[in-house]
Design a protein around this ligand. Structure first.
Ligand SMILES: Cc1ncc(COP(=O)(O)O)c(C=O)c1O
Length: 417
């Protein structure tokens, strides 16, 4: 009689299943949620920890879905390695904190994403790290701002929301001469620009945006030389900034269609920008591949395969912006970008919130600036909706200041003499 006793149901339930055996491999990457991986023995722990054997031990330090996403992003950007972080800000913070120490300084482009500037101006000083702001359109002036303590230069490929195009080659040369890394936030220009080919040492992305592409995940990535990426990995893992399996897996799905989405959205954005520029309700259209854009020549040189999915228009006043946003009932007002559907944002109340009219004006913005993140809809459908909203704006509200006659008052409503 066998002495082997069947395990108690609680034991059966608690134990993990045997790995499913298959002589064929799955077509799509499996989602691997395990927090921990089981080394065969202590020598195996040593080998995994010292990087002598491939594999994972603890998900915060690395897991298969992040490794797959990182590998694809590294190839897309032409870098040696990549690190997946919990958000775009996680990637930017990991880059800064791995490269800067007490007493160091960062040279940061004016007009970068608000939270990036807040990281530099409010958080980094708590580590004794300073920063200086430079005009990205004037790399010569940036040179004069370098100090012996400057340890990195940071810029966005396309600025938000006016899509000024950074002179990456000049900044890359400047960084190289100074022996410091140039970090480029390429969130607005995945696929169409490869900053590592223009002198950048590190590229960061908010994967949340165009790469994820469906507004259903929050992740970031940092790409570049293996040495930089590994230093950032140590910081990110220690501070708990690394990305999780589910969102990495979702981002891999997004990445599968990134090129298609980017080229379609860019083509529609260019067409929409051209048509918007002909409408009398619009005071100004910003799109890098419109000849009227101040950086058109640089954009044509730097961007390949399109000008990106963002178009920004100036409707001159908050009231007109509001009427336009309300009038476009089928286009959601959603202060993000990069979704499959077209969305609208209002920089003065979202990304540039808290800045008075003077500060907005110095950046070329008004309370009437509206940012459009162009999606995958039919371009003619989109234009019909935009045209109807702009026509209604013309009928219902006062004309924009640029079309007002000199002797005509701005408004006759509520004025006191
Ligand atoms: C240009 C740019 N960089 C970085 C970020 C931060 O990304 P995340 O929201 O994924 O942290 C954003 C977010 O809007 C962004 O627009």
């Amino acid at each position: 009689m066998s002495t082997r006793r069947a395990p108690h149901p609680s034991t059966l339930c608690a134990r993990g299943p045997e790995p499913a055996v298959s002589t064929s491999r799955p077509l799509v990457p499996p989602l691997e949620l395990s927090v921990v991986y089981c080394p065969a023995d202590l020598d195996h722990v040593d080998a995994l920890s010292d990087g002598l054997a491939p594999g994972f031990i603890y998900a915060r330090d690395g897991h298969p879905n992040a490794a797959q996403l990182a590998e694809k992003m590294a190839r897309l950007e032409g870098g040696e390695a990549a690190l997946v972080c919990a958000s775009g800000m996680g990637a930017i913070a990991a880059a800064f904190l791995s490269l800067l120490s007490q007493g160091d300084q960062a040279l940061i482009s004016a007009g970068v994403y608000g939270r990036t500037m807040a990281l530099a101006s409010r958080q980094l000083p708590r580590w004794g790290i300073g920063h200086i702001v430079f005009d990205p359109a004037d790399p010569a002036a940036a040179r004069s701002l370098l100090t012996p303590n400057t340890r990195l230069i940071y810029v966005e490929t396309l600025s938000n929301p006016l899509l000024r195009v950074a002179d990456l080659d000049a900044l890359g040369t400047l960084a190289q001469e100074a022996g410091i890394p140039l970090i480029v936030d390429n969130t607005f220009a995945p696929v169409i620009c490869r900053p590592l080919e223009h002198g950048a040492s590190l590229v960061v992305h908010s994967v949340t945006k165009m790469i994820g592409g469906h507004s259903d995940l929050t992740l970031g990535v940092l790409v570049g030389a293996r040495r930089h990426v590994e230093e950032a990995r140590t910081v990110a893992s220690t501070l708990g900034q690394t990305g999780n399996p589910f969102e990495s897996w979702m981002a891999l799905r997004g990445l599968a269609t990134l090129n298609l989405r980017m080229s379609r959205a860019s083509a529609t954005a260019l067409e929409l920008a051209r048509r918007l520029a002909t409408h009398t309700a619009v005071a100004r259209v910003s799109y890098p591949l419109l000849p009227s854009h101040p950086d058109f020549a640089r954009a044509a040189r730097l961007l390949a395969g399109g000008g990106g999915s963002i178009v920004t228009i100036d409707l001159t006043t908050r009231a007109r912006a509001e009427a336009f946003i309300r009038g476009l009932a089928s286009i959601p007002f959603a202060p993000s970008l990069g979704d499959v559907q077209t969305t609208l944002s209002h920089p003065a109340t979202t990304s540039h919130r808290g800045q008075d009219d003077g500060l907005l004006a110095r950046q070329g913005l008004t309370a009437g600036t509206v940012r459009i993140s162009v999606g995958l809809e039919d371009p003619d459908d989109l234009w019909r909706e935009f045209q109807a909203a702009l026509d209604a704006l013309e009928r219902e509200s006062e004309p924009p200041a640029h079309r007002r006659r000199r002797d005509e008052p701005a408004s006759t409503l509520g004025t006191s003499s």
